[in-house]
Design a protein around this ligand. Structure first.
Ligand code: GLY
Length: 305
């Protein structure tokens, strides 16, 4: 593959009704993630390293539903899912339902690099990560007071009612194009608030919350995982790009499909190997940031036409 492509990095920090008093933290968080990923790209690093670096920053940032500070399961624990995919080789690594890993995207990277498998879950994923040098932590270290209180409130509201979905999504994601013309994508999440222990969402499933193929696009989604999974939405959008659609149009069409077909809500980012990007959401806000040779942008709304 030819050297000399102009790198591009696009990150998101979730699509939902981000309240005004949390907006600044979200924009700052995606900016910092962008800076970390861009540092990798500008020194000629790979898109896989760049998306991993960007996601680590957002997993470490308690503003987001990823890593420490994530939404809690119905039994008050943090359970994390993450996936990383290399668009040049289609190698992928995913982890699901891990409870003792601060940065699940690092564990996903180890699966990608060191395992003959694509996906490891729960204790097996934790053991694998530890055996490959990633320290484990206690689940309590990932739980923060804000989330204990949030869970208590929703469980009080939900008392006596059937299980309900709570519409807040701070799942984080990144897509990158490096100077060798290779794309990669990564997505990390604590899943949905008050989820049943053992529930896996879209984020760490190939083609649902994350996908990357140099022949189509790198994609990360955020939002209500169950409809996104049913539509295999990231792959669906990438396929549109492979058919010739511009990433911006494919992003818009994917979110329209999510809404019209299953009344789902969320957001999506796409980037192809030509450096063309797309972004769409049907939620009131979506935290995102973009950097390329043309400049840098960050915000909580889709840019206007
Ligand atoms: N999109 C995150 C989840 O549903 O788990």
């Amino acid at each position: 593959m030819a050297e000399g492509h102009s790198p591009v990095l696009l990150v998101h920090g979730g699509a939902w009704a981000i309240p005004d008093d949390m907006a600044e933290a979200h924009v700052n968080g995606v900016r910092l993630a962008l800076a970390a990923g861009w540092k990798v790209l500008e020194r000629g690093g790979s898109s896989v390293d760049a998306v991993e670096a960007a996601i680590v920053v957002m997993e470490d940032d308690e503003a987001f539903d990823a890593g420490r500070g994530s939404f809690l399961t119905s039994d008050g624990r943090v359970q994390l899912d993450a996936l990383l995919m290399d668009g040049a080789t289609l190698r992928a690594g995913g982890v699901g339902c891990v409870e003792r890993i601060r940065n699940p995207i690092r564990a996903a990277r180890l699966v990608l690099d060191e395992s003959p498998h694509v996906y490891l879950v729960a204790e097996g994923a934790e053991r694998f990560a530890q055996e490959h040098g990633l320290p484990l932590c206690a689940n309590e270290e990932l739980v923060i007071e804000r989330e204990v209180e949030r869970l208590r409130e929703v469980r009080e509201q939900a008392a006596g009612r059937p299980p309900e979905f709570f519409a807040e999504h701070d799942t984080v994601g990144a897509v990158a194009l490096d100077s060798r013309g290779k794309v990669a994508a990564a997505t990390s999440t604590g899943g949905t608030l008050n989820k049943t222990p053992g529930r896996v969402g879209d984020s760490s499933l190939i083609g649902c919350g994350c996908y990357a193929d140099n022949e189509s696009a790198a994609v990360s989604t955020t939002g209500w995982g169950e409809p996104i999974m049913k539509l295999v939405l990231a792959k669906w959008a990438a396929d549109r790009v492979q058919e010739g659609m511009a990433p911006e149009a494919a992003a818009g069409m994917a979110i329209e499909r999510l809404e019209t077909r299953l009344a789902g809500h969320g957001g999506i980012i796409l980037l192809d190997a030509r450096g063309r990007h797309g972004l769409a959401h049907n939620t009131p806000r979506m935290a995102w940031a973009l950097k390329s040779a043309h400049g840098e942008w960050a915000g909580i709304k889709r840019p206007g036409p």
